[in-house]
Design a protein around this ligand. Sequence first.
Ligand code: HEC
Ligand code: HEC
Length: 220
Amino acid sequence: MSPRTSLLLFWSLFVLGSAPAQAAYTWIPSAPPQEIEARLARVQADAGAHKAAIAAGKRAAFFCVNCHGETGVSALDNMPNLAGQNAFYLLTQIDKFGDGRRKDAFMSGLVKVLKPDDRFNIAVFYASQPVPPTPAKNPVQAAAAGKHFARACLGCHGVKAYGTREVARLAGQRSAYLIATLKNYRSGSGLRSDSRMTGVAQKLSDAEIVALAAYLGALP
Ligand code: HEC
Ligand code: HEC
């Protein structure tokens, strides 16, 4: 499919997803956490099943490429990379867009066309892809932010900022996206809400957010 055709397709899906006729739409949540984890573990332990889930996820993600890139490495700094992100976290976020706990003009409508199996396979596909770090423009600022990260974030996001389960991977994430996201948690606007992150973000100044984003984006 040409980029143009897929662009048209996802726009029509987006419009459909948000049309008044769909007002009664009910989000089908993904399986409970224990079931998702068990299924992820099964797929990861079986090379054939893993390969099949990746292939199915790549197919189901055909209209995600316009924004998130062919392999989940986004073309634009304000769009998140999905490559290398934790599969469980990706699924949680898709559910959050679907049921309104997270809001975005594009994503909230788009996820509605995904069946639970598509979401699962898409998460496995993106999680399996490598993510290239973006070199920090200001290494001195980045080094100072490294200390801040170790003090305030490492406990949950991990030494290498790879996250775990529902804690996001931050290493190699797009800086402009990280800045916007931390401000969304901090503002309490409801675009992003998470009891663990809101308290953390409220303690951050604009300058600290910029420095942390530069540090994290440059991590391999
Ligand atoms: C029109 C552009 C666009 C398209 C197409 C698109 N996305 Fe997104 N996506 C975004 C933007 C922008 C965000 C960040 C939203 C925010 O700031 O919360 C995002 C965020 C996400 C996130 C959360 C990432 C994170 O780190 O928390 C996931 C998961 C996601 N998209 C999955 C998908 C999937 C799966 C598809 C295809 C079915 C898709 N997206 C298609 C623009 C797009
Ligand atoms: C108490 C645990 C905890 C601490 C401490 C913490 N985080 Fe988080 N963080 C989380 C969780 C859980 C999520 C996923 C929340 C959600 O679903 O929105 C998250 C998500 C994020 C995201 C969104 C990532 C994405 O892809 O959209 C960013 C950015 C982030 N954290 C940055 C930080 C920074 C920077 C610090 C330190 C200043 C920090 N976090 C400290 C638990 C934590």
